[in-house]
Design a protein around this ligand. Structure first.
Ligand code: SF4
Length: 187
C-alpha cells in the first residue's frame, strides 16, 4: 500500500482539539473547534496538540485572566520548559523533512494568543471582572512568546494563526470566518 502522508504538520493549542481545557463559560463547541479541524482534515495536515500550558501551571479550576496575571518570571520559566520540550519533539519530525506548516493558537488568550491578548481596561474602579473589564490589544500570549523563541532556536519558522475565541467572536463578528479563510490560503 502506498504511503499517503502529506509531510505537513500543524501544531495546535490544546483547546482547539479539546474545549474541556478552557475556563468555564468559554467553550463554543461541545468537544472541539469543528470548522478548524475540518479544514485541517481537508488540507491533509497532521495535527500536533500542545498540552494546555495553563492546566500544567494552575490546574483545571483556574479563572480566565488577562495577560498581566501571567507575566511573571516563574510562569515564563514553566512555559519555557514546556516550549523547549515540544520544540525538541518537533525537531525530530523536521529531521525527516516534514514541514511544521503552522502554529494555531487561541486568539485573545494570555497564554496562547497569537496577535491579540486580553488586558484590564484602564481606570476601572472597584473589583475588576472578566470579561466585562477586559479589552483585546495587539500582543502575543506568554507561552507563544516562549514557543516562538524555542522554534527559532531549531530553525523552524511556521505561519502563526490565532483562532478567535468566544469573547473576540462576540466583539468582532466575521473575525472567525476571516481567520478560517486565512488558514485555508496558508495551508
Ligand atoms: S488557550 Fe492555551 S492556555 Fe487557554 S485553554 Fe487553550 S491551550 Fe489552554
Amino acid at each position: 500500500m502506498q504511503d499517503k502522508r502529506s509531510g505537513k504538520i500543524v501544531v495546535v493549542s490544546h483547546c482547539i482539539l479539546n474545549v474541556h481545557s478552557l475556563e468555564d463559560n468559554l467553550a463554543t463547541y461541545p468537544g472541539l473547534e469543528e470548522e478548524v479541524v475540518e479544514l485541517l482534515i481537508k488540507k491533509g495536515a497532521g495535527i500536533f496538540q500542545i498540552p494546555c500550558p495553563e492546566i500544567e501551571l494552575s490546574g483545571i479550576f483556574r479563572k480566565a485572566m488577562p495577560k498581566e496575571s501571567y507575566e511573571h518570571p516563574k510562569i515564563r520559566n514553566v512555559y519555557r520548559k514546556l516550549a523547549d520540550t515540544i520544540a525538541h519533539t518537533l525537531s525530530l519530525y523536521t529531521k525527516k523533512e516534514y514541514k511544521i506548516s503552522a502554529v494555531i493558537g487561541a486568539e485573545g488568550s494570555p497564554t496562547c494568543g497569537i496577535d491579540l491578548i486580553g488586558r484590564w481596561k484602564e481606570n476601572i474602579r472597584g473589583k475588576k471582572e472578566f470579561p466585562r473589564d477586559i479589552e483585546f490589544v495587539p500582543g502575543r500570549g506568554v507561552f507563544m512568546e516562549e514557543f516562538k523563541t524555542s522554534l527559532d532556536r531549531i530553525n523552524v519558522y511556521p505561519q502563526w494563526i490565532g483562532i478567535p475565541g468566544k469573547s473576540i467572536r462576540s466583539l468582532k463578528p466575521g473575525a472567525f470566518e476571516d481567520t478560517l479563510n486565512k488558514l485555508n490560503k496558508l495551508l
